[in-house]
Ligand binder design. Sequence first.
Ligand code: AR6
Length: 172
Amino acid sequence: MKEKLKAKRADITTLGVDGIVNAANHTLLGGGGVDGAIHRAAGRELLEECKGLGGCQTGMAKITKGYSLKAKYVIHTVGPIWKGGGSGEASLLKQCYTSVLNLAYQYNLKSLAFPAISTGIYGYPKKEATFLAVETVFGFLINHNYQILEGITFCCFDDETLELYQNKILSL
Ligand code: AR6
C-alpha cells in the first residue's frame, strides 16, 4: 500500500489523473488558491454544475465532472479554518480526507491527487496537516483494501510542502 502514495511538486490542474481534489469553501462556487485555479482550468461548466450542489459543509465532499481539466472528476471538500487547534480542526481535516476517499472508492477512481487541504488561505500548520493527510490516506487504503487505485498523489505547490510529504511517506 505504501508504494501507492507519492508526493510531487505540480499545479494540480495539469495532472492527468481520474480525480483531483479541490480545497473549496462552503459555497462551492469558487474562490482563491487551488479552488480558483481549478475553476479557471475547468471552465464555466464546472461552476454551473457546482451551483446545483447546494454547497458543502466542512469535512464533507461532493463530486463533479472535470470538464476542460485532464482529470475526469473533481472531488470538492471544505477544510477547516485554523483557529489555534482547539476547535476540532484535526478531526474535521481527517474527515475531509475520508469523505473524499469514500467518494473516490464509490466512483471506482484508479488515480487521485490531493492538494494540501487547509494549509493555504485557511492557515492550518503545514507539518501537522501533512502528517494527518498521509496517515489518514494510508489508513483508509489498508482498512478498505482499496487495491484498485493506481495511486494517490499528494500534489505540493512549494518545496517545503514537498519535503514534508516525502519524509512522511518514507516514514510509513
Ligand atoms: N495546485 C496545487 N496546489 C495548489 C495550487 C495549485 N494550482 N494552488 C494553491 N495550492 P488554498 P485552503 C496549494 O489556499 O487553505 C479558497 O479561496 C497551496 O499552496 O488553495 O484549503 C477556497 O475557496 C496550499 O498548499 O486552500 C477557500 O475559501 C494548498 O494548495 C479557501 O481558499 C491549499 O491552499 C480554502 O483554503
